[in-house]
Each structure stands twice: as C-alpha cells, then as structure tokens.
Ligand binder design. Structure first.
Ligand code: ATP
Length: 337
C-alpha cells in the first residue's frame, strides 16, 4: 500500500523508550519489549515481522491501550496514551481499532452478528437502535455479506466470514489507526486476499493508517510502506516496503528470509540452522541471575549470529541509518552514524 501524494508525513504515533516487563513470580520476569522506539505517520502502513515470542503483540497491545508499558511513552497525536482518561480515552479507543487473529473469541457466542455490530454505534455515537440498525446494514454490505448474516450467531459463520465482520466493525467508525494482529494468519490464501483487499480499499478511501503484524514476509513486502523487523523485544531493522528481500542487511532479517519456503524450492532444501538460546529466546530471565545492565548483555542476536565477535557480546547496537528509510542495529554493518 502506498501513501497518496495528498498525505503529508505528519507523525501520528511515536513510541519512545518503551519497555514491558511481565513479572512471573518467584523472582522471574520476561522482558517482552525492551527500550523500543517506533513511529508512524498519518496514512502510513507499517508491517511488524519477527519470530514467535519476540514481543509483537505486546507492542500493539500497549499501543492500543490494552496493556500498560512498564516504562516509556506512547504518544498518539502528541498525547501519552497511558495518561488518557475520561472522554480523551474514549475518543482514543474510537480512533484506534484492532482486528485480531482469532475473531471467534472476540464475538460473544450469545450475540448475533447484528448485535455485535450495533453495539459500537450505540456506545460511541449514542445512536438509537433503529439508527444503529441502518448503519449496520451498510457496514455488512460493505464487506460483501448480505443482510441474512445479521441474524446469525458466530458459530454459524466461517472463519473468513467472521473476520470480515471484525473488519466491518473495526472500520465502521473511520479510525485513524487500524491495528491488525495477525488478522489473516489463520485464513486460507484466497480468503486472506479478500480480507487484505477489504483493508486496502478502506485505507485508500479513508486514508487511515495500518499497523499490521504478520509472519509472512512476502505479505509484509507487498502490503507495507515500511517494515520493522523485531527480535527479542527490540526493532533490529527498519526498511522501506518493497525493499525487504533486496536490501535487508541485519543477519536476523537475512536468516528470516532464508527460512522462507518457496513453491520452487527443491523438496530437500536445507532449513537454515537457528541455534536457540536459553529460556524463552533468552528473554525469560531470573532477576538474581541476570548480569546487570543492558550494555553488559551485548547484541541480543549475537548467540545466533555467525558474524558475532567479542564487541557484539559486550556492546548493544543501536539503530543507525544505512540509507534513507533504512536503519539497522548491527555493529558489523557500516552505517551513517
Ligand atoms: N500477560 C503476560 N504475562 C506474562 N508473559 C506474557 C504476557 N503476555 C506476553 N507474555 C510473554 O511475552 C513474550 C512476548 O509475547 P508476545 O505475545 O508479544 O509475542 P509475539 O511476538 O506476538 O508472538 P506470536 O507471534 O507467537 O504471537 C512471550 O514470551 C510471552 O510469553
């Protein structure tokens, strides 16, 4: 998705020094997100990729206000999200909508689809039931389903149809930011395309921004204006949308790309070796056993990296610019510091 020329590069979201630590009890903790920086402009589509457990969902749950950061700021149009209260918080919830992977769990099994969609209008727009029903009829038509679906309950719909309903609800109030947390991962490719087309169509009409989490690198490359690659709670590389395969430099991004199977691959194509670290990707740490500062931990990827040396084990790399729009956190890559 590419921004239209009309859309200016004004910053909408800025995540600054954000960390999230989950206390597990018995003095154990997980640092799901670590001193992370992230930004998005109005009308932009940003894709976040990275292996399971690297903190993608935690990041978007903090952005949407579901989870509070342990430290740092999340600024949406200049206001810190964790500080929002009352009407400002209500407006924020309206402006930032989410679509999750598992829509079956989002809709109460007792509700009809009509009730699920209507609730939004009554809650945010104070519409009467009759007025709400009118807009709901439009919403469902917009995502290509007929009126008969409004009387059904969630178990009477397929996964793809349910996901259309969730998209219909998420875009109904024209949010400024639509967050999709693996919204298409559980769907077969044809339904996946329908949902992506729906989102794309809405973005083109409304100019809303999209923050999309996925594991699919080809999707990230084709759909995003920018791509953030996350590893162990941090962003290790930022790239412009269609430059992923061609220009990725971080050893972790390259490893991810090499791990992708293609239909053209030989059946006995070797899978790149991904040596594991201790604990949950090394993030599950014992408070007493941890050896102090972040700097002393060095690069988070060094235990799995072929290029790592003593410097990598000692010094944590910051994101530095390689070329306009391309930033890498790796000490072994020459950047414009
Ligand atoms: N509420 C919680 N309490 C304790 N630990 C949590 C909580 N939420 C997430 N975590 C842990 O934080 C880490 C990051 O989880 P997160 O769901 O953000 O990863 P992810 O990158 O979205 O993974 P996936 O792609 O598999 O969804 C994981 O180790 C997870 O177990």
């Amino acid at each position: 998705m590419r921004k239209t020329e009309k859309q200016e590069d004004t910053e909408m979201l800025s995540v600054e020094h954000v960390s999230k630590v989950f206390e597990l009890g018995h003095q154990r903790e997980i640092r799901a997100v670590e001193d992370l920086f992230f930004n998005m402009c109005h009308g932009e589509c940003v894709m976040v990729v990275g292996e399971s457990g690297c903190g993608k969902s935690t990041l978007v749950r903090m952005i949407s206000g579901i989870e509070m950061p342990t430290s740092g700021k999340i600024l949406f149009n200049g206001k810190n999200v964790p500080d929002l209260r009352g009407e400002e918080l209500r407006q924020y919830r309206r402006q930032v909508q989410m679509v999750f992977q598992d829509s079956a769990h989002v809709i109460s099994p007792r509700m009809t689809i009509g009730e699920f969609l209507r609730e939004l209008w009554i809650c945010f727009e104070h519409k009467s039931r009759r007025e709400a029903d009118e807009v709901v009829r439009y919403s469902i038509q917009r995502v290509g389903l007929d009126q008969s679906y409004l009387k059904r309950r969630p178990h009477q719909l397929s996964g793809g149809e349910l996901q259309r309903i969730c998209v219909a609800r998420a875009i109904a109030l024209h949010p400024q930011l639509l967050i999709c947390d693996e919204a298409t991962s559980a769907l077969d490719v044809s339904v996946q395309k329908q949902i992506l087309d729906l989102i794309r169509e809405h973005v083109e009409e409304s100019g809303c921004s999209v923050l999309f989490i996925c594991h699919d690198l080809a999707l990230a490359e084709s759909f995003g204006d920018r791509i953030a690659v996350m590893y162990r709670g941090r962003i290790v590389e930022w790239l412009n949308g269609n430059h992923l395969k061609r220009e990725a430099l971080h050893p972790y991004t390259r490893l991810l790309l090499d791990s992708v199977f293609s239909i053209h691959d030989e059946p006995d194509k070797p899978i790149p070796f991904l040596p594991e670290e201790g604990g949950r990707s090394g993030l599950d740490q014992n408070k007493n056993g941890r050896d102090g500062t972040l700097e002393s931990m060095g690069c988070a990827f060094c235990a799995r990296c072929e290029k790592a040396d003593e410097e990598c084990r000692k010094k944590r790399p910051e994101l530095n610019m390689v070329s306009p729009g391309h930033f890498v956190a790796c000490l072994k890559i020459e950047t414009q510091r």
